[in-house]
Design a protein around this ligand. Structure first.
Ligand SMILES: NC(=O)CC[C@H](N)C(=O)O
Length: 359
């Protein structure tokens, strides 16, 4: 069955349907991930987005349940250059087609993703629809569609839940977390409690945590002013780590400004420079927003990481408070594993804060 990817500027790409046959609209993002299909599709930072995989051929062996990063899928569709024939067979329970069909996620394969990616690079990110036809009404419909502004509310947990262990107690503020953040905390024996995005500072402190972690998540950080206020109220009182959207929240809470990028960073091989060591790491990114350089000097933060390709700010550290952030995704999933040590630095920061407090 033929399917059409229709961009809001009227450009049309035609390919073959894979997965659910429903129609869908979202913001287009182009990822350079060549593996890690499961982790990418289930990453909630892609909420309301249509993910374009730029790799020539993807997913050769089928879906692996150990690599899921959330329970419910929240992206709006997937676009491929090509996938192996056996992955198109939905009656094979481990196939990509079966996975997409069961989760009501439409996809299109046999699309010229190189041309599509070049188009996005030239014109910037835009909305698109996966449709059965390419008539003019489809384009009008896409233009009229407003991307929701409550994406964190949609994906954040509604109720607190624990991820018990025997180490530091971490209050994890779920802005759309990936399971691998919890996996990395578990490896370090953290006794985590996962809380909704709008939990107040008072309720967080009532749990007597050793640290607070604001996770990655979808959308624009300005959409969650309550989380920014909570962060302001916690600042300096307790160690804080921000990842992805959490990094942007911490930055806004401290007077930084955020800008929308032209087409963002999406993929697991983005080179990032750690300024203190001059090490270049390849890390996993999915972001359309970034902290602006313009007024950094007026904040109390210094820049710890920047992207080698375009100088985008990728990490911050407070000059005196125990607060650290990274814009990239140190939990990887999919790789590389270059930046997993960021979680060790978080634990070290908690340790030093505790020792300082005891002195
Ligand atoms: N990696 C993330 O957490 C994404 C942050 C934010 N939604 C952005 O697009 O910039």
């Amino acid at each position: 069955m033929k399917k059409y990817l229709i961009l809001e500027d009227g450009t049309v790409f035609r390919g073959d349907s894979v997965g659910a046959t429903s129609i869908s609209t979202g913001e287009l993002v182009v990822t350079n991930n060549i593996g890690g299909l499961e982790q990418t599709i289930t990453d909630q930072t892609y909420n309301d987005q249509i993910i374009v995989f730029i790799a020539p051929l993807i997913n050769t062996i089928g879906m692996n349940r150990d690599d899921y990063e959330s329970i419910a899928l929240s992206c709006k569709g997937v676009i491929f250059n090509s996938i192996p024939v056996n992955q198109m067979n939905a009656s094979n329970p481990s196939s990509l087609a079966h996975f997409l069909e069961k989760r009501h996620l439409p996809g299109i394969t046999n699309i010229n993703v190189q041309r599509l990616a070049a188009h996005i690079k030239k014109h910037g990110s835009m909305k698109a629809s996966i449709m059965d036809t390419d008539d003019e009404h489809a384009i009008d419909q896409i233009r009229a569609l407003v991307i929701p502004r409550d994406r964190v509310k949609t994906v954040s947990t509604k109720q607190p839940y624990p991820n018990p262990n025997v180490g530091f107690k971490i209050a994890v503020i779920d802005l759309g977390l990936k399971f691998s953040i919890l996996r990395q905390l578990s490896i370090r024996k953290c006794d985590s409690v996962i809380l909704p995005y709008n939990t107040s500072a008072e309720d967080i402190m009532e749990l007597d945590p050793d640290a607070v972690l604001f996770t990655s998540g979808p959308g624009d950080p300005h959409e969650i002013p309550e989380t920014i206020t909570t962060c302001q109220q916690l600042e300096g009182k307790i160690p804080i780590m921000g990842i992805g959207l959490g990094h942007l929240v911490v930055a806004l809470a401290n007077g930084a400004e955020i800008e929308r990028m032209r087409y963002g960073h999406h993929g697991s091989n983005v080179p990032t420079l750690e300024i203190a060591t001059e090490n270049i790491e390849f890390s996993n990114h999915n972001h359309n927003y970034a902290v602006a350089h313009s007024n950094m000097a007026r904040t109390n933060f210094f820049i710890t990481y920047r992207c080698v390709n375009d100088n985008v700010i990728e990490g911050l550290r407070h000059r005196s408070d125990p607060t650290m952030t990274v814009q990239f995704q140190p939990e990887a999933a999919p790789g590389t594993h270059d930046a997993l040590y960021v979680f060790d630095e978080f634990i070290e920061m908690i340790n030093s804060f505790k020792q300082g407090k005891q002195l």
